[in-house]
Design a protein around this ligand. Structure first.
Ligand code: FES
Length: 183
């Protein structure tokens, strides 16, 4: 797999998100509501999607990673959330790449929790996208998706999912907080 791979042509408003992309990241341009083949994302790996200028991470977690985020107490987390509520399929976590503190883009595979780190002010997120170290106070926003094939996902636009507030705490109908929002 090429480290920089464009698999779906899409509308792309170049933004500071795009300018912040690191040279070694697997970056793909995609669209909401279109099938996304994720078979070539290695187990334990991830890719960064650029959708209409927004950064979204798809993370393919290992069984060890899944067990780790599910076997710990959430009571002391800044924004308590069970991992089971943040994914459809435990293997696939899809979250916004924008830090919930002040909207810098987070970087995957960094920090003490090996999830994401924000280098603007040091916030850290675990392998469920939950904030573990501030100044951010909220978890990375979950992006709703459906698994429409063994290794094919369909990501839903935040606007669509926001129309279903009664299920807002689940990945099946997540309501991502506004990209770029501040705490
Ligand atoms: Fe991420 Fe401040 S914007 S820690």
């Amino acid at each position: 797999m090429n480290r920089r791979q464009v698999i779906i042509a899409g509308g792309l408003g170049l933004s500071r998100t795009v300018r912040a992309v690191r040279a070694d990241e697997d970056v793909r341009i995609a669209r909401f509501e279109e099938p996304l083949d994720v078979a070539d994302i290695p187990v334990g790996g991830w890719c960064l999607l650029l959708i209409d200028g927004a950064a979204i991470y798809i993370r393919r977690r290992t069984q060890v990673e899944i067990s780790a985020v599910r076997n710990e107490s959430i009571s002391t987390l800044p924004d308590p959330a069970r991992d089971e509520e943040r994914v459809i399929d435990p293997e696939w976590l899809v979250v916004s790449g924008e830090c919930t503190h002040a909207a810098c883009r987070v970087v995957a595979g960094q920090g003490s929790y090996q999830g994401w780190e924000c280098f603007c002010h040091g916030s850290q997120f675990d392998l469920s996208g939950r904030v573990r170290h501030g100044p951010a106070k909220r978890n990375l926003a979950v992006i709703a998706y459906e698994k429409i094939g063994p290794q094919t996902l369909l990501l839903h636009a935040p606007l669509r999912t926001a129309l279903r507030p009664s299920q807002s705490q689940t990945a099946a109908a997540a309501v991502p907080r506004p990209l770029g929002g501040r705490t």
